[in-house]
Write a protein that binds this ligand. Sequence first.
Ligand code: CP
Ligand code: NVA
Length: 315
Amino acid sequence: MKPTSLKGRSLLTLADYSKEEIIYLLDLSDELKARKRRGERGGLLAGKNVALIFEKPSTRTRCAFTVACADEGAHPEYLGVNDIQLGHKESVYDTAKVLGRMFDGIEFRGFRQSVVRELAEYSGVPVFNGLTDEDHPTQALADLMTIRERFGTLAVKLAFVGDGRNNVANALMIAASKVGMDCAVVSPRELWPDVERMERCRAFAAESGASLTVTDDPAEGLSGAGAVYTDVWASMGEESKAAERAALLAPYRVDVKMLSLAAPEAILLHCLPAVKGGEVTAAAFALHEEVIFDQAENRMHTIKAVMAAAMSDAL
Ligand code: CP
Ligand code: NVA
């Protein structure tokens, strides 16, 4: 049964969602994936129009929203940086008001979390965060789905290795602590998560019965981990920091030796795009690419579930 709280709901961060709401979205994602495998498409979003705003490039997120819309009978409208004047020649407020008059939902990928919040506040329609500098909630949903698909349970320790302050690390800390997964962030001290965010996640973890560890020691962080996760060292918009990050993070490159610190059955996850030879070696990636590409596919099923839960008249 769909929690009524999801109807019309924006997804700005999973911090706003309860464990039950997250599990419902994962169950729905599994169901939609199975349905697509059977060759069935639905009209869950029939007649809906969805604006896709992208201030940063994207392969997976853009394609996931577009295919999910096409599968379910909605029309996706892509709006790139050169298409609209969001926040430059037109305020976020006015843009939100206008898009809200025409669209049933809005996806936003960009820099500031405040923009996605403002869009949600003023558009009057559900807004989906497709990545900001701070968060990447639809990615974390796909990651949980992939872990549960592989292990049949979410009772798996997750170890994120790399830039502990980036959007993906933050989204994973939130997601894991909400659903009760033990989580370790393994990162040099300079890149440890923001203290306030960490404390907020520790409060979620206390409620769900999970633990959140932050360490600069890979052996400690990866011990007992069933899922090891890494992401680029310099995120979109941080290109000028690439050399500094590479120097700091070289000891945290995920290679086969590093993976041997985790549980014997451990999988490697990566949100992609990956820099092979950067945060992950080509050999480590190749050993785990099947699950990594499952994870990429699962972006589509989870995004479809998020949109259906918020906008479908049929659920
Ligand atoms: N993982 C992810 O968000 O990929 P894109 O940047 O290609 O959308
Ligand atoms: N941290 C990365 C994630 C890409 C999906 C970035 O923001 O570039």
